[in-house]
Write a protein of this length. Structure first.
Length: 273
């Protein structure tokens, strides 16, 4: 069932606890363009951060009013398939409209479930989480082209999404490339599917102490302009490259347009790896 979008529950997505979760940071969702219910979409979410708080709050709940901002669009946040092996967690994820980030689930949502579907993919994944530190704006995207190919095969429009402040929720110890600890992290990433980051937040009762609670730093998620994508069942590498380049330019423009509104300098650039 979870491979076909689960059993979405409006009641679960509207739990009051999600409004407290939203207000803790706080988290905001900003719409820049209308989305047509007659189309399907793939949202590329950036950056990953440690726990994707912005992605979860905006697309896995209704705390920031996604359905009111985008009427007729049904978001499905894609997460690790391993999360669905745990019975209680699996049932909650399905109720929130969250799906495994695998081909079967995404194929179903974009091909067999009508229109007005938006699959949200955190493109940088585990590799990107190993690079996130407060104040750093970088994404792992240069060699991530699978989501573009999928969009072409399904004729689903691409939508860049950037969350300012996502990397500020925790402080992470960054190990340099070539060190033993970085090698261990990468090896475990391949085995487990997620990156074992070494990080800390603040104390549950004393905000200036170390702890497991995230820092209450604002997270603002900007949903950019959709890129119209034609349906091509077997796209060539050249076509994939072209739309991938269009997506990167669109993401950079989105970042540059809004960066100064959220405390960044005009000289700040988005680093794409």
């Amino acid at each position: 069932m979870f491979s076909s979008g689960g059993r979405r529950s409006s009641w679960v997505r509207n739990w009051a606890v999600w409004t407290y979760f939203r207000d803790y940071f706080p988290i905001r969702l900003i719409k820049t363009h209308d989305l047509l219910p007659s189309r399907n979409y793939i949202f590329g979410y950036h950056p990953h951060g440690i726990f994707c708080f912005g992605a979860f709050c905006n697309f896995g709940t209704e705390a920031t009013g996604f359905s009111k901002k985008f009427p007729g669009i049904k978001p499905s946040l894609a997460t690790l398939a391993g999360n669905f092996r745990l019975p209680v967690l699996r049932d909650y994820l399905m109720s929130g409209g969250i799906c495994p980030v695998n081909r079967n689930s995404i194929d179903y949502l974009l091909s067999c479930s009508g229109t007005g579907n938006a699959v949200v993919i955190v493109v940088g994944g585990a590799a990107e989480s190993l690079q996130c530190v407060p104040g750093k704006n970088s994404v792992t995207l240069k060699n991530r082209k699978g989501f573009v190919r999928l969009a072409l095969q399904k004729g689903s429009d691409l939508v860049p999404v950037y969350s300012f402040g996502e990397n500020d929720s925790y402080k992470q110890v960054i190990f340099e490339e070539g060190t033993l600890w970085r090698s261990v992290q990468k090896k475990l990433q391949k085995i487990l599917g997620f990156a074992p980051c070494l990080f800390h937040g603040c104390g549950l009762f004393f905000g200036n102490s170390w702890g497991i609670a995230p820092y209450s730093k604002p997270i603002t998620t900007i949903v950019g302009e959709p890129i119209t994508v034609p349906k091509i069942e077997d796209p060539t590498e050249e076509v994939v490259e072209m739309y991938h380049a269009m997506y990167i330019r669109s993401l950079q423009c989105l970042f540059d347009k809004y960066k100064t509104r959220f405390g960044l300098k005009e000289s700040e650039v988005l680093h794409i790896h």
